[in-house]
Each structure stands twice: as structure tokens, then as C-alpha cells.
Design a protein around this ligand. Structure first.
Ligand code: SAH
Length: 216
């Protein structure tokens, strides 16, 4: 997602109490319980966009800490504005590139990772940039608890097939797979729609989803 450059978004983000500032991000690794002031589980969304999903999740699950990650200030600004409307103590934001994720979370510190409607990067030579690629799965393995889970939703069938094919070479296993989430009663339990999910399912596109875990 890319929004028109919003004037002042960098300044708002630099002053926001909901955003962990860049200089302080490395101090969070291994210390998220200090950031939140409790030892609740940590769930993260990488590429959260305007933050509808993670904000709703944090509201519905006050016993879990949530961290939303987004690389563009102009997009993150929307999530910050939602927090200004409805502040939640168990939600923080990071403006950063997902490539650097292992610098911000300690080994085994994360209980669940959400990828929702990640950018497809359709050219073969950009495969490494796809958030469900084996290169990224390697990074997620470091920060995820041994019994942690990663959930991925997309309406992009090519990206989903790619993501499934990455599992075996990266040493991950699927716990659940669907090509039509909205007609899967079990996987729909507690489903929170993302912005893209509303848009694309509204256009009639089926939504694919997997839940995966790293092999020991
Ligand atoms: N999850 C939201 C937005 C999907 S669009 C939804 O489902 O509605 C994908 C988002 O991921 C965009 O906002 C984009 O800026 C962000 N993104 C893509 N690659 C990223 C990366 N490497 N690091 C951080 N954010 C990224």
C-alpha cells in the first residue's frame, strides 16, 4: 500500500507515544514485556497498512500484546490516528522494514505472526522480497516461539501457491490451509477482516489462508 505523501506524517509519527522510535527499537529486542509493562504473549502483524486488523484484534484480546509493523509513514499515520480515537494499552507500532525484524525481537519472543495481503512482488527476481518467502521464514523462525504460529491471508493465488511451495524447503509445516476462507466455518471462527480483505472479498475474490509452524 502506498498513499500520497502526507505532509507532516513523519513529524506526527516522530512525536507519537504509540510508535517506538527508531533509535529505541534495538532496545526492545528481548524486552517487550518491559515495553508493555506485563508479560502477556506478543502477536505481531508485518505490513499492517492502516491497521484496522491489528487495532480490532487488540481491542478484542486485551490479554495479548500486539505490535504492528509498517514501512511507510504515510500509511502508519492512519493507524496512529485510529489510536488517537481509541487508545489501547496493548498495541504499539514500529515504522520499519521487515528485513530488520530480528533486530527488534529477541529469539523466541513472538507468539504469533500475521501476514495479511502482503505485496506480491510478481517478478521472479524479486521473490526474496515477498514476506512469505523462505528468506523471510528464516527470519521469522528466529523470533517465533518454538510452538508459535504464523498466519497468512491473501486473495492472490500466485502468491499463495508460492508461499505454500516455500514451506518444505524452509522447514515449516502447514497446520491448516484453505483456498476459500470465507466459506470455511472452522477457520472463520474469530476472523477479523483486514482492509484489503474487505475490499477484495467484496469484489468476489476468494481469500486464501494458511496457518504454519516451524519444524523443530
Ligand atoms: N495488512 C493490510 C495491508 C496490506 S498492503 C491489509 O490486509 O489490509 C501491504 C502493506 O505491507 C503495505 O502497507 C506495505 O507498505 C507494507 N509492507 C510491504 N512490505 C513491507 C516490508 N518489507 N516491511 C514493512 N512493511 C511492508
Amino acid at each position: 500500500m502506498r498513499l500520497r505523501n502526507v505532509t507532516g506524517s513523519r513529524e506526527v509519527i516522530a512525536a507519537s507515544p504509540y510508535v517506538i522510535q527508531e533509535a529505541l527499537q534495538p532496545d526492545c529486542a528481548g524486552a517487550w514485556n518491559k515495553v508493555f509493562g506485563n508479560s502477556q504473549p506478543v502477536f505481531i502483524e508485518i505490513g499492517m497498512g492502516k491497521g484496522k486488523f491489528i487495532h480490532t484484534m487488540a481491542r478484542e484480546h486485551s490479554d495479548i500484546n500486539f505490535v504492528g509493523i509498517e514501512k511507510y509513514s504515510s500509511v502508519l499515520l492512519r493507524a496512529v490516528q485510529k489510536m488517537e480515537q481509541e487508545e489501547l494499552a496493548n498495541l504499539k507500532f514500529l515504522r520499519m522494514e521487515a528485513e530488520d525484524i530480528t533486530r527488534v525481537f529477541g529469539s523466541g519472543e513472538v507468539d504469533r505472526i500475521y501476514l495479511n495481503f502482503s505485496d506480491p512482488w510478481p517478478k521472479d527476481r524479486h521473490a526474496k522480497r515477498r514476506l512469505p518467502s523462505r528468506e523471510f521464514l528464516q527470519r521469522y523462525r528466529v523470533i517465533l516461539k518454538a510452538d508459535g504460529r504464523l498466519e497468512f491471508k491473501t486473495d492472490n493465488r500466485e502468491l499463495f501457491d508460492f508461499a505454500l511451495a516455500e514451506l518444505a524447503p524452509a522447514g515449516w509445516c502447514a497446520e491448516a490451509v484453505t483456498y476459500d476462507l470465507h466459506h470455511d466455518e472452522k477457520l472463520m471462527e474469530g476472523n477479523v477482516m483486514t482492509e484489503y480483505e474487505e475490499k477484495f472479498s467484496g469484489m468476489g475474490n476468494p481469500i486464501c489462508k494458511y496457518v504454519i509452524y516451524p519444524r523443530a
